[in-house]
Design a protein around this ligand. Structure first.
Ligand code: ADP
Ligand code: MG
Length: 214
C-alpha cells in the first residue's frame, strides 16, 4: 500500500511530497482510513512509528473536503503534552498547509498570553496546543469550540501523567458539536485512567493497536 492509495486531497498530497515518503507505516495504514471514514479512533503504537502523519493527513483532508460547521471556530484542535512536541507537530502541520489558504496557531504554556490572544482573534483553522494554556484561553473566551469538528489528543497518557485531565475534560466539553470526531493516541491503552478518559471522550471508536499485541 502507498500513500497515494488513500485517495487524499491532491493539494494535501502535493505538500506531503516535501517529506519524501511513499509507503505508510503500519499505524498510518490502519488509522488513516478510519479517520477518513469519519469514525472516532482509539489508537496506540510505539514511539517513532509515525503517529503524527497518521492524524495530520486525515485531519487536513477533512478540512479540505468538508464544509466547515461554523465560520469562526477552529476546525481542528490538536492537544499535545509538551512544548517540544507541540512545536514539532506544528512544524509538520505548517509544511503540509504551505501554499494553502488554511491557517494555524500554536498555543503553548510559557509564551506571551496576549500574542496568543491576537493569534486566536484571526480565527485559525487549526490550533495546536498544550491543554493547560488552551483552557486558560477558553476561560477568557478568546476562542469557542462549538464548531470544532475534530479533536485530536496526541500522547494522551502523558497528558494525564502531567495532570492535564481536567483541562482535557474542559476542552472536550467545550467542543460540543454533535458531529465532532475525536482521535485519541496513547502509548498504552491498558491503563485505567487512560481507558476512563477515552471512554468519556470517544463515541464507538475504532480501535487500532500496533506492535504490542493488544
Ligand atoms: P510517533 O509520534 O509515533 O513517535 P512520529 O510521527 O514522530 O512518530 O514519526 C517518527 C519519525 O518517522 C519522523 O521522523 C517521521 O518523519 C518519520 N516518518 C513518518 N512517517 C513515515 C513513513 N511513512 N515512512 C518513513 N518515515 C516516516
Ligand atoms: Mg508522537
Amino acid at each position: 500500500m502507498l500513500f497515494k492509495d488513500f485517495g487524499l486531497d491532491t493539494r494535501l498530497m502535493r505538500s506531503f511530497e516535501h517529506f519524501g515518503y511513499d509507503v505508510p507505516t503500519e499505524i498510518q495504514e490502519r488509522a488513516i482510513p478510519e479517520v477518513v471514514a469519519g469514525r472516532d479512533l482509539l489508537a496506540s503504537s510505539k514511539t517513532g512509528s509515525g503517529k503524527t502523519f497518521a492524524y495530520l493527513l486525515p485531519a487536513i483532508n477533512r478540512v479540505y473536503q468538508r464544509r466547515a460547521l461554523s465560520r469562526r471556530d477552529p476546525r481542528v484542535i490538536i492537544l499535545v503534552p509538551t512544548r517540544e512536541l507541540a512545536k514539532q507537530v506544528y512544524g509538520q502541520l505548517r509544511t503540509l498547509l504551505a501554499g494553502s489558504r488554511l491557517t494555524s496557531a500554536l498555543i503553548l504554556g510559557g509564551e506571551n498570553f496576549n500574542d496568543q490572544h491576537k493569534a486566536l482573534q484571526k480565527d485559525p483553522h487549526f490550533v495546536v496546543g498544550t491543554p493547560g494554556r488552551l483552557t486558560d484561553h477558553l476561560e477568557k473566551r478568546h476562542l469557542y469550540l462549538e464548531g470544532t469538528e475534530l479533536l485530536i489528543l496526541d500522547e494522551a497518557d502523558r497528558m494525564l501523567d502531567l495532570g492535564f485531565a481536567d483541562s482535557m475534560r474542559a476542552i472536550n466539553k467545550a467542543a460540543s458539536h454533535r458531529q465532532r470526531q475525536t482521535i485519541f493516541f496513547s502509548a498504552t491503552l491498558d491503563n485505567t485512567d487512560v481507558s476512563n478518559i477515552a471512554e468519556e471522550l470517544l463515541r464507538e471508536p475504532s480501535r487500532v493497536a500496533v506492535g504490542h499485541g493488544s
